[in-house]
Design a protein around this ligand. Structure first.
Ligand SMILES: Cc1cc2nc3c(=O)[nH]c(=O)nc-3n(C[C@H](O)[C@H](O)[C@H](O)COP(=O)(O)O)c2cc1C
Length: 357
């Protein structure tokens, strides 16, 4: 049984959509819990006024009846409220009537650090907007909705996933300084998953490794440039005797430097992963660029943008980890009905005599 997630949607288009396939039937979803995560993604120090404009809520188009999953593809939609200002500029079909002014001028000054230049060259675009609309992290809203569903599934097998910012206290100070300078900042987030049984993922093939899958999921998020599992890079400087987690009677560990994964397989300890986010590439004091229409030097596009989105990244990373853990759990425990899935998990927990902590 495999869990898959497909998303579509542009930043200022009508809506973002996600199809989550491979859920068992009978999982009770809570609309408020999904909307709560959408709300969390929009919070945080350093966000732009767009977040006040967008008040995200989930709509479900398929796969759910009376609050229970049907075991069929779950189709989720998050509408872009800002689309009302872009009905001409982002019209899926050739628009009729006069442009409303907004979102109509072609963008030809690519922002360093964004998808603009690479996207324009790759797809042969005259208007960089055709690249930046999809590359934008607005897409993460619907991934967070899907992640909230995955967290609901994981709770059925005793797993809790939580993302947070590393060094939140010093982040607001850095944001304040950067905002004054019309600059941007990045930061580091951590996701922890408690209650994951030993045995998710596999060492049999590299694409089955849980660490590789989590790393790919986190790297798949916009602006993430580094990922660590457990103590990650710090382990490289340690001796083996200080780097590994000794196994004590009762199969318990006193340390968790491995971040809950050994040989690509969860080991029953808390899963800990970190992601490093670069400073956001849209600057209010723009960097140098070149006008793609004229070849003349200029300044990169300035568009309403966040100073920092590290707190949002914590929520997005939490959703990405939840999806990967749910995917690995679906592979291991299968089942068309929720009871089959939970029953297989329970039988496995009994076989290995593992206590959920
Ligand atoms: C939650 C979140 C919000 C973001 N908000 C912005 C933003 O407001 N302005 C911006 O320039 N980049 C923002 N980004 C980062 C860009 O989307 C990202 O840097 C860009 O797509 C280029 O991709 P890359 O950084 O992975 O190379 C955000 C990223 C995340 C995860």
């Amino acid at each position: 049984m495999s869990l898959t997630l497909t998303t579509a949607g542009e930043s200022h288009g009508p809506a973002l959509v996600a199809i989550l396939s491979g859920l068992p039937a009978g999982l009770v979803l809570d609309r408020e819990a999904i909307d709560r995560d959408l709300h969390r993604r929009q919070q945080g120090y350093g966000r732009s006024p767009r977040q006040q404009l967008e008040s995200d809520v989930v709509e479900v188009l398929a796969g759910l009846r009376h609050g229970r999953t049907l075991g069929t593809p779950l189709a989720l939609v998050v509408r872009n409220r800002d689309h009302k200002n872009w009905t001409w500029g982002m019209s899926p079909w050739p628009p009729e009537g006069d442009p409303e002014g907004k979102g109509t001028k072609p963008v030809t000054l690519p922002r360093p650090g964004h998808a603009d230049l690479a996207g324009a060259l790759k797809y042969g675009l005259d208007d960089v907007r055709d690249a930046l609309e999809r590359a934008s992290a607005r897409q993460t809203a619907v991934s967070v909705a899907a992640g909230a569903v995955c967290k609901t599934l994981l709770r059925e097998i005793g797993v809790e996933v939580e993302g947070s910012v590393v060094g939140l206290e010093e982040l607001p100070a850095r944001v304040d300084e950067a905002r004054q300078d019309r600059d941007t900042v990045g930061g580091v987030v951590e996701v922890r998953a408690r209650g994951v049984v030993p045995g998710l993922g596999s060492y049999a093939a590299k694409e089955e490794r849980l660490d590789a899958r989590l790393a790919a999921a986190l790297m798949g998020i916009q602006a993430v440039k580094g990922v660590e599992i457990g103590e990650g890079f710090a382990l490289a400087a340690k001796r083996g005797s200080e780097a590994h987690d000794e196994i004590l009677p009762g199969l318990v560990r006193e340390t968790n430097r491995a971040g809950g994964i050994e040989a690509g397989v969860s080991n029953g300890e808390e899963i800990r992963v970190r992601a490093g986010m670069k400073p956001l590439p849209t600057l209010m004091r723009p960097l140098r660029s070149v006008d793609l229409a004229t070849g003349e030097p200029g300044e990169a596009l300035v568009e309403r943008s966040d100073t920092a989105a590290v707190e949002a990244l914590a929520v997005v990373a939490e959703a990405a980890v939840a999806f990967e853990l749910a995917r690995a759990a679906r592979e291991k425990f299968g089942g068309d009905a929720l009871g089959d899935f939970v029953g297989a998990w329970r039988a496995y927990v009994d076989r290995i005599a593992w206590q959920t902590r």
